[in-house]
Design a protein around this ligand. Sequence first.
Ligand code: GLP
Length: 228
Amino acid sequence: DAALNIQPNPEQLAQAAADFISAQVRVKPELNILVATGHTPMATYAELARRAEAGEVDFSRATAVQLDEYLGIDDDDPRSLWGWMRRSFVEPLRLTRTVRLESPAQFGTALARLGGLDLAVLGLGPNGHLGFNEPPSLPDAPTRTLALTPASLESNRAYWGELAVPEGAITAGMDVILAARQTLLLVGGTHKRAVLHAALKGPETPEVPASFLRRTALTVIADEAAWA
Ligand code: GLP
């Protein structure tokens, strides 16, 4: 069963998530962490950066692994998810070890060398996607390139203002995410309420890829708006 942690507001969600992640890296300083971008985890990462700055937690031996990326985007493009991950997580938390997601083969080799993922920090797509594992995605869906669905093109528009959302993407596979020793799903806002309930209480279905997270050692930290 998923451990469900409901917080009154986004600030306390970020504190609880930072507590969870900090505890993991204290137990295992060489933690291998799959790192989502998107809006939801940003306050959590900022709180972790504050704690790292204050010397309360040390990520210097941890490895950050990229979850997803658009296709056809340069590193210096403002839409680069690698750039977003670097600016929000890798640099402020002072990590020195990273694995980029460049191709399925390169990614698989790098993960094998790491000995797998200890923790996957995930957001919840409004259509139930994880990373860019768009519906339908089976639990064994591999790391791959794909065309984004209209729903994800629409939800990702919020990130880039006037810039177009790239139409192609690469994502860590469902197989990679579901093999993580722990998974942490962060969910905030009323707009996620229906999909959160589908993911946790509906049938396990490829139509809601996040529903397969119930097969993992899952912790969900959500705010009241998303849960109530
Ligand atoms: C995006 C990303 C995911 C992210 C999810 C939720 O499309 N590909 O990695 O976790 O959707 O994003 P947000 O936290 O902004 O709601």
